[in-house]
Design a protein around this ligand. Structure first.
Ligand SMILES: Nc1nc2c(ncn2[C@@H]2O[C@H](COP(=O)(O)OP(=O)(O)OP(=O)(O)O)[C@@H](O)[C@H]2O)c(=O)[nH]1
Ligand SMILES: [Mg+2]
Length: 1071
């Protein structure tokens, strides 16, 4: 039971100054959940003896089994701070409410981190001092930076430096300095990144002759520095933590300094000259061998405790230390053989983790009022330069309320729902079984006693041969039975199913149960107030207490809470508002990890299909990252961020959402198709002379049109550029197609875009693209002349209009509008904008004289469509094509084939044939070159000690991975390995590594993009040498072919197979 009642908590919710909303962030396994245990113990939610062992916030069964957090969970904590009053005697107590969110560290769940940090004003960033800064450490720091979440750095697992690495205090100090430098270097990169953006804005403003209002940024307060109080040293398992401030307050009198002075020199290059009673710097040491003050006054003490308790297990010395620290340890604990108990007993009094962390949170992290002033403008206007010291001024009443975190009655309600989560319905407070009141219990006890007495009476009387009062007994018995039945019935009636609760933060106003609010979806745009918007009634409000929820009648601004009644209105995130005036959408969260692992699902029993569909609907809602699709083939497909995420989703589906057995297809991994021309001659000899490679001339089967298309590979640097700027192309296409067909829009929506990609303006994009092509021209090669002027002739990008392939128009006498020229649609009437894109043509030399005859404009769009289709599904295994340029050199119309009246009536048919002809031309042109497959790759980070290094390499190479780098981590015996691993080979990789190294190494896999597999899937040995090396059948496995065939087989496409493997043998058998 919490030490404080929900009523008290909701009173606390109103005291804005004393609220802190914080999250715990770190790389996987750096101790987040363990640390939060200690904080929970202060509220009596778990016993302090068990803190660090139960990992209470890992409430799922699989989280406990694997020891990995998979969902972020929140808890509200109460903290009372008693301070000596500044004026005169007596103490002042202040009460604080801390809403804490524990987030997962595994990359598969990085979306949970972004949903958590959005709701918080501050964060604890943990670093395991042995592993140091890891990949996720960097990304959580970046997330905090983007969301303007103020961080505190926690050096966790300090005990490992002593017990495992056996460092001396001096060595440990140097080690810590190094990690701190690394973390600060990362902060500096974010800062310079912002500076560069400012610079770009300034240039832009100057270009347009606007005044530049930007101010100089100041980076002094973004760094971590123990003397500023934003660095904590901790050991979450042993339950201790300190900031140097604590030691300063212990020592300042003894050493005769001011406390504030000592605070400044307890960390850094300062030494204490005991004789002169002075602090000196390194240069004044004059060869004396002295320890830095941090070592002398802080680390040495802690090392001494570990030394006597754990290493030497010397009871006398321990007792001495206990006495000198002036703390009391039970004799039982002192005698205990379990060193852990003794350690905890000492540290929980000397340097209690919870007090230190809570004080740091209260002292360093801003309350909602302060935080919102800076965070909200950034959320509303992410593209405007902002200075934390002088945040933007509100421009209307809603913004005023938001910036000030106005909790008053008439302030507009604005809340942000960052994710939806599922709770078993029987855990909701309204469904929980009521506890019996004391009165009821007494009454029940009385009746039971009466019954027992009557029964005893009966037996006694039987012995004595006295007739019994059977009626009374039967009556009592029946009553007891009825009661029992009643209870059972109630228990059975337990509410089944799952409820979806919104995980939210209220930024302004007060919400009450029963209130009506508008829900704005992520696509809501204040210019179209009726779209993506609906109205709901608040069904319930909850205080989130880990796995339990407490019902609340109302919530006021500045708090994190749960809300019921959003089912069917919000899918993953959204904004809740009480008025539609002046509000804007806060829901535009960017995806950190794009889901890459895709599986098809079907129920084990076909009759359960409905339940699967329902389960998938719930899953889609309850998980911020999963994507659920119904494919054209009728297959249900889910996309997940990785293997572990997939596992969790399946478990949830099977056990909670669908409650059925499910068959899962092997994971489907995407490929890309591409061509290279390295060792092929640039032109082919045919009967009619030379034809350039990739050139195809194809007549449509309706015979109306002949297309001449040349397919060539794009220069690598161009492909790379296009791949990096998908969202720029998307935004250009969107600007071009405003008001055009709606379904196109949806096509674009299906593409998940990378986070962190900067959207360029069309002009910028065009000029960089030009540079890239001219660079490619300079590099020379047989294709170089093709790149001349190509940017002006771009017709389209594909597939889906935004992919990394280009369609180029070089039809003589046919000029289209430059792709990058965007008309302001304002002065164009809607009828001018045509679906078929003919409005983008500038000049046509019409060869025909009659209006009716087939013209080039009629087939413009079909040619474009043919290109889009053929790049969406390439010739190898119908996967998307990348890095290919299709140049339309000619489009000849054969008027004689059809009379003009006929053409108009059959236009649709003819257009269809043109699409197929274009597709065929692209396909054949593609196959004229040497095709290649691109594999989706994972970037893989592993830390391993030298002993298991060999095994790790073994597993990586078995799975066709590549080592990119390997370094010995400074000051530790660990190697840091970076490798690339094909996604298709990665299933079971983590488990295999863990097994082979007995758990000593565990990899982190992050999707890193596509990489070419340099092998032609159609290659067979032809020269004599190759035949000699490989034999006629080329028994050496062609990996590209293997992958290609796997995909073809899965898609039900034709797979070329050798039917007879051992023909010779069969012949011998026949004889
Ligand atoms: N030696 C030592 N081990 C610790 C400390 N803190 C945590 N651990 C251990 O580290 C492991 C991971 O701890 P967790 O708290 O689950 O880590 P986490 O950061 O919550 O992990 P994820 O949520 O999965 O990212 C557990 O085995 C803990 O016992 C510490 O201070 N010292
Ligand atoms: Mg955890």
């Amino acid at each position: 039971m919490p030490a404080i009642t929900p009523t008290q908590l909701s009173a606390l919710q109103k005291n804005l100054k004393n609220i802190r909303n914080i999250c715990i962030l770190a790389h996987v396994d750096h101790g987040k959940t363990t640390l939060s245990d200690s904080l929970l113990a202060t509220n009596g939610i778990i016993s302090s003896k068990m803190a660090g062992k139960v990992r209470y916030l890992d409430s799922r069964e699989d989280e406990q089994e694997r020891g990995i957090t998979m969902e972020s969970s929140a808890i509200s904590l109460y903290f009372k701070l008693v301070r000596a009053s500044t004026e005169g005697e007596g103490n002042v107590a202040s009460e604080f409410l801390i809403n804490l969110i524990d987030s997962p560290g595994h990359v598969d769940f990085s979306s949970e981190v972004s949903t958590a940090s959005r709701l918080c004003d501050g964060g604890l960033v943990l670093v395991d001092v042995v592993e140091g800064v890891c990949t996720q450490t960097i990304s959580v720091l970046r997330q905090a930076w983007i969301d303007k979440v103020k961080p505190i750095l926690v050096f966790n697992k300090m005990d490992r430096l002593i017990v495992e690495l056996k460092l001396t205090p001096q060595e440990a100090y140097l080690h810590l300095i190094r990690i701190l430098e690394q973390v600060n270097a990362i902060m500096a990169t974010f800062f310079t990144g912002d500076l560069m953006e400012d610079e770009a804005r300034k240039v832009e403003a100057e270009k347009q002759n606007e005044d530049w209002h930007g101010e100089e940024r100041d980076d002094s307060d973004i760094y971590f520095d123990p003397s500023k109080g934003n660095v904590i040293f901790a050991s979450a398992v042993d339950g201790w933590a300190f900031r140097i401030q604590q030691f300063a307050s212990i020592y300042f009198k003894k050493l005769g300094f001011k406390e504030s002075v000592l605070q400044q020199c307890l960390w850094g290059d300062y030494y204490f000259d005991a004789k002169a009673k002075r602090v000196i710097q390194h240069k004044h040491l004059k060869g004396r061998n002295m320890k830095p003050m941090f070592v002398q006054f802080v680390l040495d003490n802690i090392w001494a405790v570990y030394d006597s308790v754990v290493v030497q297990q010397n009871r006398e010395r321990t007792e001495k230390i206990v006495n000198s620290l002036n703390i009391k340890v039970l004799p039982r604990d002192l005698r205990s053989r379990d060193t852990q108990t003794l350690l905890t007993a000492i540290f929980s009094q000397w340097l209690p983790l919870s007090t230190c962390v809570l004080l740091a949170i209260i002292g360093q992290l801003p309350p909602p009022v302060e935080a919102q002033r800076i965070r909200i403008p950034k959320m509303l206007y992410p593209d405007v330069q902002q200075n934390d010291n002088e945040p933007l001024k509100p421009t209307n009443d809603v913004e005023t309320a938001l910036y000030a975190c106005d909790a008053s009655e008439n302030a507009p309600v604005v809340a942000y729902v960052s994710k939806m989560f599922a709770v078993p319905a029987d855990l909701l407070p309204e469904n929980r079984r009521k506890q019996m009141t004391a009165e009821e219990m007494r009454e029940r006890g009385r009746r039971q006693r009466a019954l027992r007495a009557a029964l005893e009476d009966k037996t006694n009387n039987e012995d004595n041969g006295v007739p019994l009062d059977s009626e009374t007994i039967a009556q009592l018995q029946a009553e007891a039975d009825r009661e029992k039945e009643e209870e059972e019935r109630k228990a059975k009636e337990e509410i089944k199913g799952e409820r979806i609760i919104g995980f939210s933060r209220l930024y302004s106003g007060t919400i009450r149960v029963g209130q009506k609010l508008y829900v704005l979806g992520p696509k809501y745009d204040s210019r179209y107030p009726d779209q993506h918007c609906s109205e709901i009634k608040v069904e319930s409000l909850y205080l989130i207490m880990g796995r339990e929820l407490e019902a609340l009648p109302e919530v006021s601004a500045g708090n994190v809470f749960g809300i019921g009644g959003l089912e069917g209105h919000i899918l993953k995130n959204g904004t809740l508002v009480s008025t539609k005036e002046h509000v804007s959408n806060m829901a535009g969260v960017r995806m950190e990890a794009s889901p890459i692992v895709r599986v098809a699902l079907e129920p084990a029993d076909a009759a359960d299909m409905d339940r699967l569909v329902e389960g998938l609907r719930l899953l889609n809602q309850a998980d911020p990252c999963v994507e659920v699709l119904l494919q054209e083939t009728g297959e249900h497909v889910i996309l997940t961020a990785g293997e572990l995420h997939l596992e969790r989703c399946l478990r949830d589906l099977k056990e909670r959402f669908a409650k059925i057995d499910i068959h899962v297809s092997p994971p489907i991994v995407p490929f890309r198709e591409c061509i290279v021309g390295a060792d092929l001659p640039p032109a082919k000899d045919t009967e009619n002379g030379q034809i350039p490679r990739g050139m195809q001339e194809i007549q449509s089967s309706s015979k109306n049109i002949t297309l001449k298309v040349r397919t060539v590979p794009l220069p690598e640097l161009v492909t790379e550029f296009l791949n990096q700027h998908t969202s720029t192309i998307k935004s250009i296409v969107e600007q071009k197609s405003v008001k055009k067909a709606v379904d196109e829009d949806d096509l674009l929506q299906q593409v998940t875009l990378d986070a962190g990609e900067k959207v360029l303006s069309p002009e910028e994009f065009q000029s960089i693209l030009r540079e890239k092509f001219s660079e490619a021209q300079k590099q020379g090669g047989p294709l170089a002349p093709l790149w001349e002027n190509i940017v002006d002739q771009i017709w389209s990008f594909g597939p889906r209009r935004i992919g990394p392939n280009i369609l180029v128009n070089r039809i003589p006498g046919y000029i289209r509008k430059p792709f990058f020229q965007i008309e302001k649609t304002g002065n164009k009437s809607e009828s001018d904008v045509r679906d078929d894109h003919a409005d983008e043509v500038l000049e046509v030399q019409q060869q025909n004289d009659s209006e009716e005859a087939l013209g080039i404009l009629d087939v413009d769009f079909p040619v474009h469509t043919g290109f889009q289709l053929s790049t969406l599904a390439g010739p190898l295994c119908a996967e998307p094509v990348q890095g290919v340029c299709y140049i339309v050199h000619g489009l000849e119309i054969h008027q004689e084939e059809s009379d003009s009246a006929d053409v108009r009536s059959k236009l649709a048919l003819i257009q269809g044939k043109v699409i197929s002809a274009m597709k065929e031309a692209c396909r054949q042109g593609f196959l004229d070159w040497s095709p290649r497959l691109f594999l989706a790759m994972y970037k893989c980070d592993i830390q391993a000690s030298a002993e298991v290094l060999g095994r790790v390499y073994g597993v990586i190479s078995k799975r066709k991975g590549k080592i990119v780098s390997e370094d010995l981590k400074d000051g530790t015996p660990f190697w840091q390995i970076h490798a690339l691993l094909p996604v298709i080979e990665s299933f079971g990789f983590s488990d295999e590594i863990r097994k082979r190294t007995s758990g000593a190494a565990s990899p982190q896999l992050v999707f890193s993009g596509f990489e070419m597999l340099d092998e032609d899937p159609f290659w067979v040995p032809t020269t004599e040498e190759e035949l000699e090396d490989l034999g006629e059948k080329a028994d050496k496995e062609n990996l590209a072919k293997k992958y290609m065939d796997t995909v073809r087989k899965r898609k039900g496409m034709f797979v070329e197979k050798k039917l007879i493997e051992h023909a010779e043998k069969q012949r011998t058998l026949k004889k």
